[in-house]
Design a protein around this ligand. Structure first.
Ligand code: CAA
Length: 259
């Protein structure tokens, strides 16, 4: 596949890495970029050798939001009939393998929302997060009003969305938006280390864990617990469960075969 606005590579043949690449626009997310990102992630998802994906940007910007230049002239008819955001951004939700956001610099508006669509965020110490759409006369439109309060609670989500202010990496970590903060020059090593660790586990257990945690945000506690229990039970039908437990009992390293 030929991509213009993203760079795609694999690391150790097991981790798929997408680097957003519109540097002059601070990786502003237009339709073409989101189409390319969706296609790249789907290809990684379909590749049995790949166990985890990473999305990253540049030092200055993970992504400074949806492309304001492109949006400026959109009418209601354009966005409604064209299914703006839903049509391509939502593809990320269908990726079943883990996706890590490695964020440095600005993650604003749709950039913050893209990071939140990933399974967890590792941030460089220069990362800045925000939902400044209010300054443009709109509201977040790629899940920000739903995922941000789930991550940081109502008070901080209201503060960020209503004032449009940014928060730095340490505030984002304290608030629970990011899982780890590291020095800028260690960002990709840290993300890659986490990804390779995930790749060593049974893909079925990893996908089941992701699916089950996502349920925690989408239904009642009771439904989520039942869903988790069913997946937990189902994993006892896998060879990987036998391998993982036998390895523990016999004090050796497990070798999973994704079966
Ligand atoms: N869309 C389009 N272009 C953008 C952009 C965006 N979201 N963000 C930055 N750019 C462009 C700028 O227009 C500028 O281009 P030119 O050099 O051609 O003028 C270039 O990137 C560099 O930007 P700045 O000169 O502004 O850089 P800075 O360092 O002074 O400021 C910034 C950086 C604070 C991130 C500032 O660029 C900014 O505020 N950007 C907009 C952030 C924003 O409002 N994001 C939300 C978008 S709406 C949205 O995302 C909707 C949704 O929920 C889906």
């Amino acid at each position: 596949m030929n991509f213009e606005l993203i760079n795609v590579r694999t690391e150790a043949g097991r981790v798929g890495i997408v680097t957003l690449n519109r540097p002059k626009q601070l990786n502003a997310l237009n339709d073409q970029l989101m189409d390319e990102l969706g296609a790249a992630l789907k290809a990684f998802d379909a590749d049995p050798a790949i166990g985890c994906a990473i999305i990253t940007g540049s030092e200055k910007a993970f992504a400074a939001g949806a492309d304001i230049g492109a949006m400026a002239s959109y009418s209601f008819a354009d966005v409604y009939k064209g299914d703006y955001i839903t049509r391509n951004w939502e593809q990320i939700r269908s990726i079943r393998k883990p996706v890590i956001a490695a964020v440095s610099g600005f993650a604003l508006g749709g950039g913050c929302e893209l990071a939140m669509m990933c399974d967890f965020i590792i941030a460089a110490d220069n990362a800045r997060f925000g939902q400044p759409e209010i300054k443009l006369g709109i509201i977040p439109g790629a899940g920000g009003t739903q995922r941000l309060p789930r991550a940081v609670g109502k008070a901080k989500a209201m503060d960020l969305v209503l004032t449009g202010r940014m928060m730095d990496a340490s505030e984002a970590e304290r608030a629970g938006l990011v899982s780890r903060v590291v020095a800028l020059d260690k960002l990709m090593d840290e993300a890659l280390g986490a990804a390779l660790m995930i790749c060593d586990y049974s893909q079925m257990a990893v996908m089941a864990a992701k699916e089950s945690i996502n349920r925690a945000f989408e239904g009642s506690l009771n439904d989520g617990i039942v869903f988790e229990r069913r997946l937990f039970h189902a994993l006892f039908a896998t060879a990987d469960q036998k391998e993982g437990m036998d390895a523990f009992v016999n004090k050796r390293k497990a070798v999973f075969q994704n079966k």
